[in-house]
Design a protein around this ligand. Sequence first.
Ligand code: DLL
Length: 440
Amino acid sequence: MSAYPIHPDSYADFLTHDELRRIQLHRLQEVVRVSYERVPLTRQRMQERGLKPEHIRTLGDAALLPFMQKTDLRDTYPYGLFARPMHEVVRLHASSGTTGKPIVVGYTRDDLRVWSSVMTRTLSAAGLNERDVVQNAFGYGLFTGGLGAHYGAEALGATVIPISGGNTERQLLVMQDFGVTAICSTPSYFLHLIEAIEAVGGFRDLKLRTGIFGAEPWTEAMRAYIQEHAKIKAYDIYGLTEIIGPGVATECCCQAGLHVFEDHFLMEIVDPDTGRVLPDGEEGELVLTTLSKQATPMIRFRTHDITAIDPAPCACGRTIRRVRRVTHRSDDMLIIRGVNVFPSQIEAALLKVGKELPHYQIVLARQAGLDQMEVQVEMTEALFRDKVSAVEQLQRKMVQAIEHVVGLRVNVRLVEPQSIARSQGKAKRVLDQRKEGAKP
Ligand code: DLL
């Protein structure tokens, strides 16, 4: 059973299998019908396949529906996929892409109610309640993190401090003086806060006990580091702008995978190359269909996030299924001399060797036609003053650990404290200079 009291909104986390599937099917049929009627792109793609809304008779029939991609939002920028007139849309959010224009999503009043509710369920699953004082260090603005966590925490009855990201000194002052018990941020920004707190003497007088972290990949090793240094419980939360923002999936007290709020989001795992639906337990790309979103419904949206469904019952008692922690995307895979490398593999290897050295950057360059990988790792002040031989030994161990995991030659450079840029939001772990610097 859950170690924490259950919030009334969380009742849907505990539905029976049949109840949940009934709700899902009813909502799926409705979202397909509405999209067919109101979203020209969806209608056109369904017609190309000879598909009509009434052909969706079971949840399995979802596999007949065409996929949607981030590029569909770009191609119909800004409002081409909206299924409600603008006077019913009360909020817009946007996510910046790596190239070109941002993608824009809308929310009706009901969409905002659902979003608050899934975020309330998220925070409640991590043990937060009305007595918590929540420092919300997710960015406020077009990014969904800030307002998503804000409304969820308020609906829970907690006290929210809308501090947003950045201004580390003020973050520390607020954390200490306002009696903060929980913090929401990206894991990489919290690492930066840990460092700042340790620089002023540590965590002793703080009331902080819970961290809610997401918006970027992080590892179990990073969780262990955070929990040990900050003496808190660190929870993983997952979401994406196109689907709703944060509040798609979350960890519970068991910290063993993320429960997907299946009454609002239908999940499938597909083979990223063929699009074929994979059975539970197999790793693949997460595909999500919004089951209740009114303004910008998404059907079979390709997230590019790689995970697997864990159908085993969770000890917390929730019946909504879990997915494994998302450690990489199908498209953040680096291909170095033909070898597939994920930044998370390198992070895990580094943290195994130098537990105190969580700030790193992967720099890729091309020399004489050959890809070169350098991992820059920031030294602590103590190490910086240590003997050269100790530093060299650590460096050698890191090289071995990384080469062991990725099977490629790597150069590790230990750099001065504070020399790697800190993020206030999502960390930029990879600097790929191969295209600009490419030499024949
Ligand atoms: O990052 C929404 C969010 C805000 C989630 C705050 C959690 C907390 P986007 O900016 O659209 O939305 O980025 C979505 O970020 O497809 C994943 O690749 C990645 N991502 C989000 N949460 C996690 C996580 C927000 N817990 C993209 N672990 C997603 C790994 C994550 N990756």
